[in-house]
Design a binder for this molecule. Structure first.
Ligand SMILES: [Fe+2]
Ligand SMILES: [Fe+2]
Length: 214
């Protein structure tokens, strides 16, 4: 029975990986730009459009990685309550994935060409984190969400001021990431050692720099 449920989980993980990478994910919450009713629609210049799309592509890759990390960490979680919490956060991340993808389409641009690579890399890192035990794995979630939140704040500063739709999405994502970090802290995370936090920062830098262009 145990083997069957492990197999079920692996099959479900494979299905979600395919969904994520092929862009089939569907949001369960409304698209944040629909709530922006007080700002007049503004046409972006070509350079603004390209810049906004590149930033949103980076955010979309971040969400592809979030799916892989949460999926792998949930698979490797020891305690059922930790697994359930990781799966809950992962469902909200699906909204982020679908929203950023739709925004890229609306901006007339494409997602990263390397999404399968990002997913595989992040999945391996997530499995590694889960091997360290639930408390360190939760510490990894806290640090990831903290770095993502800072990164999204940077994007709010860099996005064109009149791109209200992109800004609404990024602002909602930032609020969600803050909550995911808090939830992981409340579940009993321990802080990662500094070298691990630096390594994560470096990996994120490589990903964000590449995904801006590719
Ligand atoms: Fe997210
Ligand atoms: Fe998150």
């Amino acid at each position: 029975m145990q083997n069957l449920s492990t197999l079920d989980r692996l099959l479900a993980a494979a299905q979600r990986a395919l969904q994520t990478v092929s862009g089939q994910s569907i949001a369960s919450r409304p698209y944040p730009p629909l709530a922006v009713t007080d700002a007049p629609p503004v046409a972006l210049s070509e350079s603004e459009r390209r810049h906004a799309a590149a930033l949103i592509r980076v955010d979309h890759v971040g969400e592809v990685c979030a799916q892989a990390l949460y999926e792998a960490q949930a698979l490797g979680a020891r305690q059922e309550r930790v697994r359930a919490a990781l799966e809950r956060a992962s469902r909200e991340e699906v909204d982020h994935l679908a929203w950023t993808r739709k925004r890229l389409e609306d901006l007339g641009d494409r997602t990263s060409l390397l999404n399968a690579v990002w997913y595989a890399g992040a999945f391996a890192i997530g499995l590694l984190a889960s091997r360290l035990g639930d408390r360190l794995s939760l510490g990894f979630v806290v640090e990831t969400e903290r770095q993502v939140e800072q990164h999204l704040l940077g994007h709010l500063e860099r996005l064109p001021a009149q791109d209200h739709a992109s800004r609404a999405i990024v602002a909602q994502m930032r609020e969600d990431e803050r909550r995911h970090g808090l939830a992981a802290t409340e579940l009993g995370s321990v802080q990662l050692p500094a070298p691990a936090r630096w390594a994560m920062r470096l990996a994120a830098r490589v990903m964000t720099t590449t995904a801006y262009y590719v």
